[in-house]
Design a protein around this ligand. Structure first.
Ligand SMILES: C[S@@+](CC[C@H](N)C(=O)[O-])C[C@H]1O[C@@H](n2cnc3c(N)ncnc32)[C@H](O)[C@@H]1O
Length: 191
């Protein structure tokens, strides 16, 4: 039987934008599956996200993390508190229980309320897409990342300056580009 959370998320993504959510901000269906697959195949235990919006990508990440650790949680930061998908009446309670939302900027959160768990970590950057903010958020993630952790950038194709940054940062070691609609860049941290 298909996971009820997965069914909920897929149905929600497939329905047209409504008054609660601006789904054009969200990962596409393909990108959500890609994020979950990276988390599962790379055996990621800790997920730290820049850019919660309504909590859609965080919920997909939680599905991946819980494949390694059924009691696992994910952390996500966004200074703008928007309606969350777990406020939707059909959302399974496991989503609300597993996502720790911090109403704060990601770079601040990395300084004040970051707690490292056991195992590998993935830092997902999908916040303020301006060049200076992407630089700040990447450096904040890098300051907390350990050797062999992952930093994943969204919108590598959507914004030329993010694509350029990904090529620079990715060239320092191992990296991979996933050619989704807006492009996902994966960087393996080497320390
Ligand atoms: C493209 S949306 C994120 C979509 C989400 N990752 C998803 O797919 O469900 C970008 C979000 O980043 C937030 N944001 C802007 N600046 C930020 C910052 N410094 N730290 C964290 N989030 C930020 C915005 O408020 C917005 O909700």
């Amino acid at each position: 039987m298909k996971d009820p959370t997965k069914v909920f998320l897929e149905n929600l993504r497939a329905t047209p934008t409504d008054s609660l959510f601006r789904k054009e901000r969200w990962l596409t269906s393909e990108e959500s599956h890609a994020l979950q697959t990276i988390i599962i195949t790379e055996r990621i235990r800790n997920y730290y996200e820049c850019g919660t919006a309504n909590g859609f990508s965080a919920a997909w990440a939680l599905l991946g993390v819980r494949r390694q650790d059924p009691g696992g949680v994910v952390h996500t930061w966004d200074p703008y508190s928007r309606t969350k998908i777990w406020d939707h009446p059909d959302c399974p309670s496991s989503v609300r229980d597993g996502i720790i939302y911090h109403p704060q900027r990601f770079d601040q959160g990395m300084q004040t309320d970051y707690q490292r768990g056991l195992g590998r970590s993935l830092f997902f950057i999908d916040g303020d897409h301006r060049l200076s903010s992407v630089n700040t958020d990447y450096e904040a993630a890098l300051s907390r990342a350990a050797d062999d952790d992952l930093i994943v950038l969204h919108d590598v194709l959507g914004y030329a300056h993010i694509g350029k940054k990904f090529r620079t940062w990715g060239a320092r070691g191992r990296s991979a580009f996933l050619p989704t609609d807006r492009g996902i860049g994966v960087i393996w941290v080497e320390k």
